[in-house]
Design a protein around this ligand. Sequence first.
Ligand code: HEC
Length: 188
Amino acid sequence: MSTDENRHEKDESHVYDGIVEHDNELPLWWQLTLYGAVAFAFFYWFGHRLGAIATPGQVYAVEVSAQRAADAERARARGAVDDATLATLGRDPATLAQGKQVFTTTCAPCHRADGGGVIGPNLTDAYWLHGSKPTDIFANVRDGVPAKGMPTWGPQLGVERVEDVVAYVLSIRNTNVPGGKPPQGELE
Ligand code: HEC
């Protein structure tokens, strides 16, 4: 069967500006792309509505957090506690969650649950008594300032949990929570 036989060159086909318009059957491949797209859209839409298909944003968020966890693990494995390591830990959601837990149980009595400060200074403003670099904060938490009422946490928490809580403190810097203690120290 030649393709021409598919064409029903009906009487009503007409000519306009020398172009002949026919009422041909649509090719099968064309119909398949159309109905295929309709079916795909239908399942995709319901997949999204029912949460069975992740949005590109969700996929991206999962990939980013996996990457940050891997970065954090590599940074810890390096062993050295430097600004880069602590900054990397400060971007890892799992480390931040652990750090927040330490903060809530250990630091909140003096620095308030949201870091706004009570006995201890506000950790969410841009003013620091002992420096705002990640390693400054790490040294501060590990060694404390016993004479001023900031305990020495290194021996009690161990390096890893000090790193966790410092990562958390880095993440709340400059968030300026409402009702925080007035600034102490230098603007950094
Ligand atoms: C018993 C109260 C108390 C507890 C508990 C406490 N701190 Fe402090 N913290 C202080 C005080 C007081 C200061 C201010 C020290 C000074 O004046 O030199 C301070 C200072 C700091 C600083 C330095 C702030 C700056 O401006 O440089 C950091 C960082 C800090 N604390 C983090 C923590 C973390 C993290 C924890 C929990 C592991 C914690 N603190 C637990 C009382 C406390």
